[in-house]
Ligand binder design. Structure first.
Ligand SMILES: NC(=O)c1ccc[n+]([C@@H]2O[C@H](COP(=O)([O-])OP(=O)(O)OC[C@H]3O[C@@H](n4cnc5c(N)ncnc54)[C@H](O)[C@@H]3O)[C@@H](O)[C@H]2O)c1
Ligand SMILES: [Zn+2]
Length: 333
């Protein structure tokens, strides 16, 4: 299976392949950036830079260390940087590839479900700072994304379920048949990954830089989800778990505002819970810190909150200027 994503700066070629073919697809001059867990999962003769696993490696400190290590290898503009790992390594290595020698070729080999269905395409790369997540970065679409679903055999169950939250998100906001596929639970994971990438690819091609509101629709569940992550200091919940709670809350919000078809919120909750994802959190009743966090969301304008809300299962739109009272009612319902 292959797919292409055309953006302003390049065409991303996406290939699905067996892990046995991965080594021959990576040029000998490639430098692999990976983390200390993933590096054990796959061997190759390529040069490697290994960072500690975890979000803490998406920092300016790691960025400068990786850049210095790569520069000391004596690279040139034909050097290829390969991100082998989850979203942390992808975002970090992508930012390095965007900036080192003012930009070199960048390949992604995503190894988590979240990275396969989401972070490996779309070009958003960057690092966190003490002031917040993803505040420094660039648009650097990968030239190639190589997907070996066998990596998922090694992935801990909680990380797999975490990625499924984004998969369900595509189902809720996109084509409704995808939801039936997910509920039946029989489609191969590669087919599901392909469907998700296809959805994101179409959105990114139309609205790469998030100007029309279309790309913002991918943020269903994320206004609340990001706020939960922020309030909890990015501990307790993984990203997918936080947006699962966020999707349940934002579906309620949509119904409350009369934008979402009645009964949708209940179905969203049932689907997510059946996937083993959390759909509620006591902290939602402590509204003040959450609303403060939501105001710093990139979609918010002039202090007014914006949400990607479902109109029905399989369709959504960006809704601006949502009033605080409705948000509070939805969160505490
Ligand atoms: N750029 C984007 O568009 C975008 C989109 C969504 C998320 N993100 C970013 O992605 C990051 C989260 O990514 P993630 O969920 O992949 O987390 P991650 O990269 O931290 O990986 C999760 C854990 O799984 C381990 N791991 C990875 N692959 C494995 C495998 N095959 N087997 C066993 N263990 C494996 C990692 O070492 C790590 O400990 C966040 O920083 C988020 O901001 C970026
Ligand atoms: Zn997400």
């Amino acid at each position: 299976m292959t797919m292409q994503v055309r953006t302003h700066s390049n065409v991303t070629h996406i290939d699905f392949l067996p892990i046995a073919e991965l080594q021959e697809r990576l040029p000998s001059k490639a430098v692999i950036v990976t983390d200390d867990i993933v590096t054990e999962l796959w061997e190759s003769p390529h040069r490697r830079i290994v960072v500690p696993a975890g979000e803490a490696s998406k920092s300016l400190h790691s960025y400068s260390q990786v850049v210095e290590q790569i520069l000391s290898l004596g690279i040139d503009r034909n050097t290829i940087i390969v991100a082998l790992g989850g979203g942390v390594v992808g975002d970090l290595a992508g930012f390095v590839a965007a900036t080192i020698l003012r930009g070199v070729t960048f390949l992604q080999v995503p190894t988590t479900l979240l990275a396969m269905v989401d972070s490996s395409i779309g070009g958003k790369v960057g690092v966190d700072t003490p002031q917040g997540k993803n505040l420094v970065g660039a648009f650097k679409p990968a030239d190639q994304v190589l997907i070996c679903s066998e990596f998922l055999d090694q992935l801990p169950a909680r990380q797999l379920t975490n990625g499924m939250a984004e998969v369900w998100k595509y189902g809720f906001i996109g084509d409704a048949p995808e939801l039936n596929k997910l509920r039946a639970g029989q489609a191969p994971l590669t087919e599901i990954i392909f469907d998700c990438l296809d959805h994101k690819a179409r959105v990114v091609e139309e609205d790469e830089f998030e100007t029309s509101g279309l790309r913002a629709t991918l943020n269903f569940g994320h206004t609340v989800g990001h706020a939960i992550e922020k309030v909890l200091g990015y501990e307790t919940f993984l990203h997918g778990e936080a947006i699962s709670i966020g999707m349940a809350a934002e579906a309620r919000l949509g119904e409350l505002l009369g934008i979402t078809e009645a009964g949708t919120a209940e179905q969203v909750k049932i689907d997510l819970a059946s996937a083993g994802l959390p759909v509620d959190w006591d902290g939602l009743r402590d509204f003040e810190p959450l609303i403060a966090a939501m105001r710093s969301d990139k979609k918010a304008t002039g202090g007014k909150l914006a949400f990607s809300l479902l109109t029905r299962l399989g369709d959504c739109k960006l809704v601006r200027d949502v009033d605080d009272e409705s948000v509070q009612a939805a969160l505490t319902a």
